[in-house]
Ligand binder design. Structure first.
Ligand SMILES: C[S@@+](CC[C@H](N)C(=O)[O-])C[C@H]1O[C@@H](n2cnc3c(N)ncnc32)[C@H](O)[C@@H]1O
Length: 204
């Protein structure tokens, strides 16, 4: 089984559980912050990748955005659809949308599943579907460099993760987008040994 198939199976099994978990305050602050940026710039359409059970898509939808939720896991997409969200099973490696379709793109804790050797390829695919001057929220755990299967993972099969120190990530992202903001939420707020990198990017 390759990495994508392993992730799909792991998240399919956890879809109902993840839908039942109440979103942490620091996470709701993140989406609220991005909502304010989008409203200020009068953006109206938003693609969420790695949407999981659609908590964040639903939030943006309820605030008047035309959202489209995508995820690798069909179980996650079924939950999104049960909330009347427009949604489709789709990998962010190959988005089934024309060029420059969306005002904004939202990626919360999903690009950490991309091997370092493949992140450039994924970033250019994401950039393709964003309109010129469009915005891209990217949030990932990080602050140290590592990649591989997380051996202590309770998900089955165990998941692949890739983490970055701040500067290498900034440098990689700036080859594709301009960086509007790069904020670090420290590990003591997140709970655990990783920080959270909260990034707003713009397609020039
Ligand atoms: C840690 S979960 C985050 C889900 C949601 N964004 C949240 O914050 O609750 C990562 C999600 O990314 C999805 N995912 C992983 N690889 C993907 C890929 N190549 N394309 C689309 N979704 C992917 C998984 O199925 C999973 O739902």
């Amino acid at each position: 089984m390759n990495t994508q198939q392993q992730l799909k199976e792991a998240y399919n099994k956890q879809a109902k559980h993840r839908d039942s978990v109440i979103t942490d305050d620091w996470k709701t602050n993140e989406r609220e912050g991005f909502l304010r940026v989008l409203q200020r710039e009068k953006k109206t359409s938003l693609l969420e990748i790695g949407a999981g059970p659609g908590h964040d898509s639903l939030y943006f939808h309820q605030h008047g955005f035309h959202t489209f939720s995508t995820d690798l896991s069909p179980e996650m997409i079924a939950i999104c659809k049960s909330k009347d969200l427009e949604a489709a099973e789709m990998s962010f490696y190959q988005l089934q949308f024309p060029d420059e379709q969306f005002d904004a793109l939202y990626a919360f804790n999903c690009l950490l599943h991309v091997p370092k050797a493949e992140l450039g390829e994924v970033l250019s695919e994401l950039k393709r579907v964003i309109k010129p001057n469009g915005l891209f929220y990217l949030g990932v755990y990080g602050g140290r460099t590592s990649e591989g299967i997380w051996e202590e993972d309770v998900y089955e099969p165990k998941r692949f993760f890739s983490f970055y120190e701040h500067e290498p990530l900034q440098s990689l992202l700036s080859a594709f987008f301009s960086i509007e903001s790069f904020n670090v939420i420290p590990s003591n707020v997140i709970g655990g040994d990783l920080a959270f990198q909260s990034i707003v990017l713009r397609k020039e």
